[in-house]
Design a protein around this ligand. Structure first.
Ligand SMILES: *Cc1c(COP(=O)(O)O)cnc(C)c1O
Length: 457
């Protein structure tokens, strides 16, 4: 931990403990679940949560697992962060809901004020709040279309933007998000175009960021026509697609082209935002200033809230009543967001994310060298991922190794480390620890991951 920052306070013991996994109470809950929960909703872990704190998730049978997922990059400040608990308790006993589009309240305005300061760029900004990342992306597209009078939206290979109809269309991966052999969720929305991402590890030959951007731009200009494009939508570091960090120069070149052509550049920071990558936003790393930015996961310490923040002159083209929703910017979620953002500042979680990166990289680089099934360890800050590949007779190949990935994740889970997988080829393990995790606990989780990696090799 950095010396100037306040230290996180924990309520639960920060140690791993696994006895029966799953224990009798979880087994009973699983039986109840099977009778009432739709099979399309699945869970990675077979155990049911009783409590969580810092880097620990405790289940109903008393197992304590180390959390390397943060509920998909949500509980960066902890689940519960003390300041979030206090803010929620205070708000919930005053009013839980009025609907901002009927009777407005200060919390919504205060969150927008924070976002105006924290998001990249010092231009005039406007914000609208919603409940989920997908709905934020939908609304960013709505704004871009009205602001430009154009319809086409460009998305990238390996992209993930959500599960609503428009965002399913924007998402790249078919199974499980859009279809499976069981059937398709389509038809999908029209006017969505997909272009190649910069994915350094999987390029046929090394290609500079600017050239990868040019490759995408040429495709846009030839196949769609810049004058038809309302927006290009991109995750500055792709999450679900496999923690893909584009080559340096890729994002600035795309943003510059968009500016020149009057195309709205939308950065989907739903996963990478709020200190996760060691900056407030992943766009900050290369000084990219998006026209619109979408945020959600880490924004409110676990409460459901999402946001669209963009240039005032774009956002304000939409007519009154054109944006909104019943629960959008719920007052309890806004109170939580203000407390979560304050916690990020108090604990200096940007620095903490960079410290976590240093610790993980040091440990993992040795493992990667030794096991021969890790193609690349990539990511930034506390958003890191090994990509698993098959080992050839002479050297490591680039052939995706989904089997090893599954085995590693399952082994970690059984040994008390909650870990997620991702990637277009299902061959990436993602590390998204809460940023308030302690060093010792993180080291213990990395021991388990290392053993699991060696076992899979
Ligand atoms: C998770 C995610 C979404 C969707 O957010 P939900 O809150 O699940 O609707 C959109 N974009 C990115 C980059 C995400 O990681």
């Amino acid at each position: 931990m950095t010396s100037q920052a306040t230290q996180p306070q924990y309520r639960l013991e920060q140690t791993r403990k696994v006895s029966a996994f799953p224990g009798p109470k979880s087994t009973e809950l699983a039986a109840r679940r099977a009778k009432v929960i739709a099979s399309g909703v699945s869970s990675s872990a077979p155990v049911y949560v009783a409590d969580a704190d810092g880097g620990i998730i405790e289940d109903v049978d008393g197992n304590r697992s180390i959390d390397l997922g943060s509920g998909i990059a949500v509980t960066s400040v902890g689940a519960p962060a003390p300041a979030v608990v206090a803010a929620v308790q205070d708000q919930v006993q005053h009013f839980t809901h009025t609907c901002f589009t009927i009777s407005p309240y200060e919390g919504y305005v205060a969150v927008a004020e924070q976002l105006a300061v924290l998001t990249p760029g010092d231009h005039e900004k406007r914000t609208a709040l919603f409940n989920s990342g997908a709905v934020a992306v939908e609304n960013a597209v709505k704004v871009a279309r009205v602001a430009t009078g154009r319809t086409a939206v460009v998305a990238f290979d390996h992209a993930y933007h959500g599960r609503t109809n428009l965002t399913m269309g924007l998402t790249a991966k078919a199974n499980p998000y859009k279809s499976s052999p069981a059937g398709s969720f389509g038809p999908f929305a029209p006017e969505i175009y997909r272009v190649p991402m910069s994915f350094p590890f999987r390029e046929e030959a090394p290609i500079k960021g600017e050239d990868a951007a040019r490759r995408a731009i040429t495709m846009i200009e030839k196949q769609i026509g810049a004058e038809n494009v309302a927006a290009i939508l991109i995750e500055p570091i792709q999450g679900e697609g496999g923690f893909i960090v584009p080559a340096e120069g890729f994002l600035p070149a795309l943003a510059a082209w968009a500016r020149e052509k009057g195309v709205v550049f939308i950065a989907d920071e739903v996963q990478a935002g709020f200190c996760r990558t060691g900056d407030w936003f992943a766009s900050d790393h290369e000084g990219v200033v998006p026209d619109i930015i979408t945020m959600a996961k880490g924004i409110a310490g676990g409460l459901p809230l999402s946001a669209v923040t963009g240039r005032a002159e774009l956002m304000d083209t939409v007519h009154a009543g054109g944006l909104g929703g019943t629960h959008g910017g719920n007052p309890v979620a806004c109170a939580a967001a203000l407390a979560a953002i304050q916690t990020m500042k108090d604990l200096d979680l940007n620095s903490r994310a960079r410290e976590i990166e240093a610790q993980v990289r040091e440990r993992r680089s040795k493992v990667a060298e030794e096991v021969g099934i890790i193609g690349e360890e990539r990511g930034r800050g506390a958003m890191l991922a090994p990509e698993f590949v098959k080992s050839g007779p002479a050297e490591t190949t680039k052939e995706p190794n989904a089997e090893a990935t599954k085995a590693v994740a399952a082994n970690c889970l059984e040994n008390g480390v909650v870990i997620l997988t991702c990637g277009t080829y299902g061959n990436v393990v993602r590390l998204l620890p809460p940023l308030v995790i302690g060093d010792e606990l993180l080291a213990d989780a990395l021991d388990v991951l290392e053993a699991a990696t060696r076992a899979a090799a």
